[in-house]
Design a binder for this molecule. Structure first.
Ligand SMILES: [Zn+2]
Length: 176
């Protein structure tokens, strides 16, 4: 007697995915590289934002741009990873960093494609592709199609959006 008389209408149609409605907390998400992409709740975002400096807030939360050649990570050549200043998600590896001559830290590919999202930006009378953190949505910079091989892309970053972790420093998250 395993036949069920009642079938939930949410699951009755084959191939239809029904996402349950949530109030605040989003469903957990993990990237292919094994990092937590679960969006921040409003409260978490506020708590993390409270630790930012005014310049970091301006850039990360209000689409600001730091002055060229002024960012602290422009000349950094140490091996390691560049994380989101707000939520800590790794965004770029030092191996993909290159000297673009623009005055902003530049990379040719993200740490993981899911970690950096692209949005069309039409502010300041220009059409550009804004890049934001794939987890918290914090503003990072823009991506252009004049980068070096192998991708031909130039991810143009604000140092204020990033937190650098030298190799071997960021232990614990995943076992090496
Ligand atoms: Zn983030």
């Amino acid at each position: 007697m395993t036949r069920l008389k009642y079938r939930c209408p949410l699951f009755s149609r084959k191939g239809t995915t029904v996402t349950p409605t949530r109030t605040d907390a989003a469903p957990p998400r993990t990237s292919a590289s094994g990092h937590d992409l679960t969006p921040l709740t409003g409260a978490e975002r506020e708590r993390l934002a409270a630790a930012l400096t005014p310049e970091e807030r301006r850039v990360l939360l209000h689409q600001g741009t730091e002055r060229p050649f002024c960012g602290g990570l422009l000349a950094n050549k140490e091996p390691g990873a560049y994380h989101c200043r707000l939520c800590g998600l790794p965004l770029f590896k030092s191996a993909a960093k290159f000297e673009s001559g623009t005055g902003w830290p530049s990379f040719y590919e993200p740490f993981d494609p899911e970690h950096v999202s692209v949005r069309r930006d039409t502010s300041h009378g220009m059409v550009r592709d804004e890049i934001v953190c794939g987890r918290c949505g914090g503003h990072l910079g823009h991506v252009f199609e004049d980068g070096p091989r192998p991708t031909g892309l130039r991810y143009c970053l604000n140092s204020a959006s990033l937190k650098f972790a030298a190799e071997g420093e960021a232990r614990g998250a995943t076992s090496a």
